[in-house]
Design a protein around this ligand. Structure first.
Ligand SMILES: [Zn+2]
Length: 136
């Protein structure tokens, strides 16, 4: 479903675990070993307490739709209308993403709706995580 022209993320040492995870079909977050807070996006220290004792763990992939905007303008890689969404992961952190397998309309995109992660390969190295309405 990916359209040509979409900007390609470039993994860095700090985000490598995340992109390795999506390629393997896992959504990976980090958690502070000192204050136990899960967080995203990837960084080598806890955004809450500043501790550098952090671990990577596999998230459930479940989320709720927190907010979104529907764009009606053509940009490379996207055919309008398309929604840019912020989802709240079951573990707590929020993530900017697209909602797929769902009409891009206010009637279909209901705040707090249950979502699940799905993975779409962009190329050999990069797989993008999107969210779709949870089944069942
Ligand atoms: Zn912490």
């Amino acid at each position: 479903m990916l359209e040509a022209g979409r900007a390609r993320p470039v993994p860095t040492p700090e985000t490598k675990h995340f992109w390795d995870g999506t390629r393997d079909g896992e959504l990976r977050l980090q958690r502070c070993d000192d204050c136990t807070r899960p967080y995203f996006p990837p960084r080598p220290f806890c955004p809450v307490c500043g501790s550098r004792h952090v671990s990577v763990f596999k998230a459930s992939g479940r989320a709720k739709l927190h907010s979104y905007v529907i764009h009606h303008r053509k940009v490379p890689g996207f055919t309008p209308p398309y929604a840019i969404a912020v989802v709240e992961l079951a573990e707590g952190p929020r993530m900017m993403t697209n909602i797929v397998e769902c009409p891009q309309t206010p009637e279909a995109l209901v705040l707090d709706m249950d979502l699940e992660v799905t993975f779409t390969p962009m190329d050999e190295a990069i797989t993008l995580p999107f969210f779709r309405p949870a089944k069942g």
